[in-house]
Ligand binder design. Sequence first.
Ligand code: PNS
Length: 179
Amino acid sequence: MNGRKGVRRKGAARRRGGSVAVYPGSFDPVTNGHLDIITRGLAVFDAVIIAILVNPQKHPLFTVEERVALIREAYKGEARVRVDTFSGLLVDYAERVGASVIVRGLRAVSDFEYEFQMALMNRRLDPNIETVFMAPADGYSYVSSRLVKEVFQLGGDVSALVPKLVERRLREKYGKAAR
Ligand code: PNS
């Protein structure tokens, strides 16, 4: 017990004394805004697990394997970053991997309602796991995977918004018509 009513602290990471955070999402594809949040997460937590949701109901542009590979490439050599996939409840995944924290980026007030709802639902499902919101650098406050795909497809320049490799893969996906 940590003294807070109703909150029991348990789990592998906490027993080991290291702080492990899960950063979940679709990452279709990863953007510089995501990378900014991961970097901020690494400044606060000992390890960050980037957990890509496997959702058969969605039709992503990049397969789960491609998304894993793109993020792994961005963090090659960074031992404190792990890239993984999950299905089912996020809190169950977090418990399984010994993470006590869920990290989510908050770009704007418009994100807040959905994020707050998820944080409270996750807390209800598992009071041992805390959600931490992080604000990205203001230059990324308008960046989303959805807009990156749309802008790229329509010929706009996304080079400052995604890693180089993602831009290359977008070109391969959309063919020569896009930039
Ligand atoms: O980047 P996204 O698509 O906004 O991420 C959403 C994600 C993956 C964090 C959310 O859909 C999720 O956690 N899904 C797992 C299923 C789950 O636990 N649902 C209840 C959460 S309140």
